[in-house]
Write a protein that binds this ligand. Structure first.
Ligand code: ADP
Length: 426
């Protein structure tokens, strides 16, 4: 309705007929309500919701871009360190230090993964790639990963894997991530000389229970409910600092939730140790000879990956110059002929001028995306490709596969990983 001042306001007008016994209208009953303020609030809510959704999208894009930027410079350093560590002419002490550099860079890569996982969880995009696994083998692999850290602190990590139903339809990498996070916390929050213990048992209704028990600094009762929230860390009295982002348990809980399982923590209180309990439904007997995923190699290169490498003509496309140089020289040293370029235009020109066996390409290039390049190279020259990228979200992997990349390696790429991918493709 138009007001006396000339502006329009919202009114809700209703009219109901009042009838006599014969059904004739004898009266009209009506209301006219000023709903201007209601409409305004509704509009403000709509705008706030749209703004929040847009901020959330920006946050996801920001996290993906940030992880890309953080990963990119790690790749050449990781590759050089790995390569030097293998050089038998160098003194053992130096090679050991290079191994330490390598492990820490790999760890940095994992922190970036945690940030990405958190954003995937928040937007409901975390997916499981399930297969039937023997959880006991996965637990042993996770124990391997924390072994170095435990040895340094003289902490005993022991297990009692008693469950007979240790088979589970799970995503082996994600399952390991849960166990690894809990074991890592056990080691981290237990003083030197302590003990971390992991045991499994069968529960009623085919449930598998896994308990990770430590005799460390413990958790105050008030904090128990909060530690599974992202970025939540318990304040510790004194100067002791443990580092970390406070994401491990939030990620673990999200993964367990996707399995319809439960995760919880118990502690008698400060300095009385902590117990984390994870339960999964639908556990089965483990068929023998199940495949498991190997843990990310922290210190060594597997002997099986040492298969002979056929010299190939490689087209290498990467706009980050240090990465291009290091990759090019390492691949050349492995016996390949490498043409190294920084743009799509140069790559297409090179592919027109000579034949290649394989293209290895970054995805973010100055004159387009690696996916666009791959589509053309596959269509015109029938080439196969390996994508190297700082973007590791499920959608990125899907898109690069659709473009024709056979393998997608996420930066920081380890030379051994790349070597294996090349052997597979050739
Ligand atoms: P982060 O370890 O990076 O801080 P987490 O999400 O793994 O992140 O853990 C959140 C918090 O829960 C930790 O900061 C710590 O305060 C507490 N916590 C986790 N595990 C233990 C444990 N085994 N003993 C004592 N406190 C723990």
């Amino acid at each position: 309705m138009k007001s006396r001042a000339g502006d329009y306001c919202w009114f809700l007008c209703r009219a109901l007929p009042v009838r006599d016994d014969a059904g004739r209208i004898v009266n009209w009953f009506g209301t006219c309500t000023d709903i201007e303020s209601f409409k305004r609030v509704e509009q403000a809510l709509r705008e706030t919701k749209a703004a929040a959704e847009s901020a959330n999208r920006s946050k996801d894009q920001f996290l993906a871009a940030l992880s890309h930027e953080l990963r990119t410079p790690l790749t050449p350093v990781l590759m050089l360190a790995a390569n030097l560590r293998e050089d038998e002419r160098l003194p053992a002490g130096v090679r050991e230090q290079l191994g330490m550099m390598e492990r820490n860079i790999a760890l940095e890569g994992r922190l970036i993964d945690d940030l990405l996982d958190t954003s995937a969880i928040a937007s409901g995009k975390l997916r499981l790639h399930r297969q039937l696994c023997d959880t006991h083998s996965l637990i042993r692999l996770a124990m391997e990963i924390v072994r170095d850290a435990a040895l340094t602190k003289e902490i005993n990590v022991e297990c009692e894997l008693n469950a007979s139903r240790s088979g589970l339809m799970t995503d082996p990498a994600r399952f390991q991530q849960v166990i690894w996070n809990l074991l890592r916390n056990g080691v981290k929050f237990t003083p030197r000389g302590g003990r971390v213990f992991i045991r499994t048992s069968d529960q009623a209704a085919n449930r598998l229970r896994i308990e990770i028990i430590d005799n460390g600094i413990g958790i105050a009762p008030a904090a128990l409910a909060k530690i599974f929230l992202p970025f939540e860390q318990v304040a510790i009295a004194g100067d002791q600092r443990f580092g970390g982002l406070g994401l491990g348990l939030a990620i673990a809980r999200a993964i367990v939730d996707l399995h319809d399982g439960q995760i919880s923590a118990q502690s008698g209180g400060v300095n009385l140790g902590a117990t984390f309990i994870v339960e999964f439904p639908e556990a089965t007997f483990p068929p023998s000879g199940l495949a498991t995923t190997a843990p990310p190699s922290a210190s060594g290169i597997s002997a099986s990956g040492r298969a002979a490498l056929r010299p190939l003509r490689l087209l290498l496309v990467e706009d980050h110059l240090p990465t291009l140089q290091v990759l090019s020289s390492l691949l050349t040293r492995q016996g390949h002929q490498v043409v190294a370029v920084g743009t799509i235009a140069e790559a297409l020109a090179a592919a027109n001028a000579q034949a290649f066996n394989l293209v290895i390409s970054d995805l973010g290039l100055p004159d387009g995306t690696g996916n666009q390049l791959m589509e053309k190279l596959r269509f015109v020259h029938g080439l196969k490709g390996i994508a190297l990228s700082g973007y590791g979200m499920d959608e990125d992997l899907k898109r690069s596969r659709e473009a024709g990349f056979v393998t997608h390696l996420v930066k920081p790429v380890q030379m051994e990983e790349l070597r294996r991918a090349i052997v597979q493709l050739s």
